[in-house]
Design a protein around this ligand. Structure first.
Ligand SMILES: NC(=O)c1ccc[n+]([C@@H]2O[C@H](COP(=O)([O-])OP(=O)(O)OC[C@H]3O[C@@H](n4cnc5c(N)ncnc54)[C@H](OP(=O)(O)O)[C@@H]3O)[C@@H](O)[C@H]2O)c1
Length: 369
C-alpha cells in the first residue's frame, strides 16, 4: 500500500478529471436543450445536506441516514502522517466491535453503512461523530479504508456493487475468502486485503475484551499489510500474515476451535441430560473439567493433556459408555466414537498402549455391524 499521503496528487488529479467530465456532460446536455436536475446543485437545492450534521458534500440526510446524491467528488483523505479514515460496511457483530475498538484506539472511524436503523443507532451511540449510511455505496466517498464486515456469501456480490477511487483500499473480515474476491471493486491505484480477527464475536463486550491479544490474519501487498498491521496492533491484537493458499485450513482450524467446541458442549449437555442435569447444571459440572483440560494442553501440550479410558486401555469402560449413550442420547454416539478413536490414536502415539490394548479399544469403538 502506498503511504496515504502519497495518494493526494493522484486523488486531486482524478477529482479534477471527473469535474471536467461532469461539466462537459452538462454542457452537452445544455446544447441539446436537456436540463439535468434543474433543482440540483447549480440551483442550490436537492443536493444540500439536512439535519443536525451538515454532512459531506454530495450527501444528504434523512433522519439518522445519509444517502448519496453525487458520486463525482473525491473521497476523504487523511493528511500526511495521519491514520486513514476507516469506513465499515455491516454493523453486525464484527463491524460494530471493530468500529468501537478502532475508535477507542484513536483511529478515525468516519462512516458506517447498515441497512438496519437499530444497528446504525447502536453504532452511532458507541462511536460518536460517525456518519451513518443506509447504502454501502454512499460510504465510499467518506473514507479511505473500507472494511466489509458482511457475511462471507455477501462479500463478492457487494464488492461488485462498489467502486473505489485511487488511493483507497478495501478489506473484508472473512476467515475463508482471499483478498481477490474484492477485485470487482478495484480501480487503478486501489488496494484489496483482508483483516480477519480470530475472535468469537458472540457478545459485543466480551469480543472487545477478546480483541486484546487476539490474532488477526492480514492480507494485502506489503504497504497495505503494514497499515493493517498497525491497525491490528492499535487495538491490542497480534497481526499475522498467512502463507499463500493456507487460508482455508487456517479458517477450518478456527471453526473447530469455536463452533467445534460449542458442538462438543452440546453433545456433553445431551449426555448429561441422562444424568438428570439441565444445561446450566451440565455447564457448572463439566466446564471446570474442560477448562482444566485446556489449561493442561496449554502448559503440557496436547498429547500429555490426554486423560481417560483410552490412555489406560479400558475397553470395558468405553463399552459401558457406548451402551448408555446408545440408549439415552443416541445422537451423541457418532461424536463420542469419533473423539475416542482420536484419543486412542493419541494414546498410541504417546506410547501409553500396547498393540493388544489398542486393538481392544478399536474393536470396542467400531460401529455395530
Ligand atoms: N462472528 C464471528 O465470530 C466472526 C469472527 C471473525 C470473522 N468473522 C467474519 O466477519 C464477517 C461478518 O460476520 P458477522 O458475524 O459480523 O456477521 P453479522 O453479525 O451477521 O453481520 C453482518 C452484517 O452484514 C450486513 N449485511 C448482510 N447482508 C448484507 C447485504 N446483502 N448487503 C449489505 N450488508 C449486508 C448485515 O446487515 P445490515 O445492513 O442489516 O446491518 C450485518 O450488519 C463474515 O465474513 C465472518 O466470516 C466473523
Amino acid at each position: 500500500m502506498r503511504a496515504w499521503d502519497e495518494t493526494e496528487d493522484a486523488v486531486r488529479r482524478q477529482a479534477e478529471r471527473r469535474a471536467e467530465e461532469h461539466e462537459e456532460t452538462l454542457r452537452d446536455l445544455d446544447e441539446h436543450g436537456i436540463a439535468l436536475d434543474p433543482l440540483g446543485e447549480r440551483a442550490g437545492a436537492g443536493g444540500e445536506p439536512v439535519g443536525d450534521d451538515a454532512g459531506t458534500p454530495g450527501t444528504h440526510r434523512h433522519g439518522d441516514v445519509e444517502h448519496a446524491s453525487d458520486h463525482a467528488h473525491p473521497h476523504a483523505h487523511s493528511g500526511p502522517g495521519e491514520k486513514p479514515v476507516v469506513g465499515i460496511i455491516g454493523a453486525g457483530a464484527v463491524g460494530t466491535a471493530l468500529g468501537i475498538a478502532l475508535d477507542r484506539a484513536g483511529w478515525p472511524v468516519g462512516a458506517v453503512a447498515s441497512r438496519d436503523a437499530g444497528r446504525r443507532e447502536r453504532f452511532r451511540a458507541r462511536v460518536p461523530g460517525v456518519r451513518a449510511f443506509a447504502e454501502p455505496n454512499a460510504l465510499v466517498d467518506d473514507v479511505e479504508l473500507v472494511i466489509l464486515a458482511v457475511p462471507d456469501d455477501v462479500v463478492e456480490p457487494l464488492a461488485r456493487s462498489l467502486r473505489l477511487y485511487a488511493g483507497q483500499a478495501m478489506v473484508h473480515t472473512s476467515g475463508l475468502l482471499g483478498a481477490e474476491v474484492l477485485a470487482p471493486a478495484m480501480a487503478a491505484g486501489t488496494q484489496a486485503g483482508a483483516f480477519h480477527p480470530l475472535v468469537a464475536f458472540a457478545d459485543l463486550e466480551r469480543a472487545l475484551e477478546a480483541l486484546h491479544g487476539a490474532t488477526i490474519a492480514i492480507e494485502g501487498d506489503d504497504e497495505l499489510a503494514a497499515h493493517l498491521g498497525d491497525m491490528a496492533e492499535a487495538i491490542g491484537a497480534v497481526p499475522v500474515r498467512l502463507a499463500p493458499g493456507s487460508k482455508a485450513a487456517y479458517h477450518a482450524a478456527a471453526v473447530l476451535s469455536a463452533g467445534g467446541v460449542v458442538a462438543l458442549l452440546d453433545v456433553i449437555r445431551e449426555v448429561a441430560a441422562a444424568v438428570g442435569l439441565d444445561e446450566a447444571g451440565a455447564l457448572r459440572i463439566y466446564l471446570p473439567l474442560l477448562e482444566q483440560t485446556v489449561a493442561n494442553a496449554r502448559s503440557l501440550g496436547i498429547e500429555r493433556a490426554l486423560t481417560g479410558p483410552a490412555t489406560r486401555g479400558d475397553a470395558g469402560t468405553i463399552a459401558a459408555h457406548l451402551a448408555v449413550i446408545a440408549a439415552e442420547a443416541p445422537d451423541a454416539l457418532p461424536t463420542y466414537r469419533a473423539l475416542l478413536l482420536r484419543d486412542v490414536r493419541l494414546a498410541e502415539q504417546r506410547g501409553a498402549l500396547s498393540p493388544e490394548a489398542t486393538e481392544r479399544l478399536r474393536t470396542a469403538l467400531a460401529p455395530d455391524p
